[in-house]
Design a protein around this ligand. Sequence first.
Ligand SMILES: N[C@@H](CCC(=O)N[C@@H](CS)C(=O)NCC(=O)O)C(=O)O
Length: 131
Amino acid sequence: MITLYHLENSRSIRILWLLEEMGLEYELLHFQREQENSMAEARFKQLHVLGKAPLLSDGERMIAESGAIIEYLLDTYGDRGLRPEAGTDARIGYNYWLHAAEGSIMNVNTMELLLNRFDQRAPGCLSLLSV
Ligand SMILES: N[C@@H](CCC(=O)N[C@@H](CS)C(=O)NCC(=O)O)C(=O)O
């Protein structure tokens, strides 16, 4: 049985979307973020040493990291036309976006999110960093 541990307003929406696209049966467990710091609630942190969403379990397996979960689902249940064949240009593009999402794009997004939060607490602080 597949279980998705879904944290509100998080990357785990990608996995929820993929499970729906693949037409797989799964259990969905919802978790909230803490009001004061937006971190995952305490009981989410007990599920895995990283305590980061998404998390997906399948039987005895507990899998973390969006890209690893995506590849696990496609490898285990068949890609159903969602992953281009190896060796094709389309697969190179698929791999690019799969890795760029976490390797490049989210880093920039997260940095911007954090800097904006700092700036809300200490208006003008970003001008000191010349960003
Ligand atoms: N590279 C990881 C990033 C995981 C991550 O940072 N998840 C965020 C949600 S988008 C999280 O769990 N934040 C809550 C927390 O750190 O307590 C992935 O793609 O799975």
